[in-house]
Design a binder for this molecule. Sequence first.
Ligand SMILES: O=C(O)CCC(=O)C(=O)O
Ligand SMILES: [Fe+2]
Length: 222
Amino acid sequence: MTPIATTSSPVLQTATQNALVDALVEQGWYVGREVIDLELCDALNHELLHRAAYNKLDEAGIGRGKQHLLRKDIRGDAIHWLDRGSAAQRRYLDAMSELQQALNHALFLGLFEYEAHFSHYPPGAFYQRHVDSFRGRANRVISTVSYLTPDWPSDAGGEMVIYHPDDSSLEIARVVPEAGTFACFLSETIAHEVLPTRQSRTSIAGWFRRNASLGGVLDPAR
Ligand SMILES: O=C(O)CCC(=O)C(=O)O
Ligand SMILES: [Fe+2]
């Protein structure tokens, strides 16, 4: 009889974590293909598509707290914040907290929290060029994106463009949003955008944060 496996394979291999840390230090960004466990991507993808089909997503906006605005001309995705509500979410968030420890250990970043949301971009949706954190209010320190759609066709659009940290008009990478691919970059310095997608596009965007609360004013996560 085959013994039943008691441990599942790691979501992010140690070698991947090491390569990621090196790339962040050297260039401020990392992209790896086939690095997130595909079974996990599949489970997360189904959860997100189910929510999309039953209208259980919120239209995404820009800005946080009281400055939150809906701007379809800037971003067209619909989201759901991860809440540990499924085994797949828990496995993903546990892997991100392992990555948080590795980043803190190697880079002394003092990251203390991770927030993440599912994103569904319907056909035609995009997210214009932006940075995820504003200088001087560096609560979001490192951005992560995991892609969930299997077999992304080469003519489907929806790539994430990464721009040069010193020249935000200079394109340095184009990331195909295919299941298994994981991207990670410095939230304050790396501008990026999502090109218009021609088919439904699924992902999880997340941020390792530092606490930026000042003078007793609570810094809202969202
Ligand atoms: O989905 C992506 O490729 C990037 C999404 C993004 O930039 C964001 O949600 O801030
Ligand atoms: Fe972003």
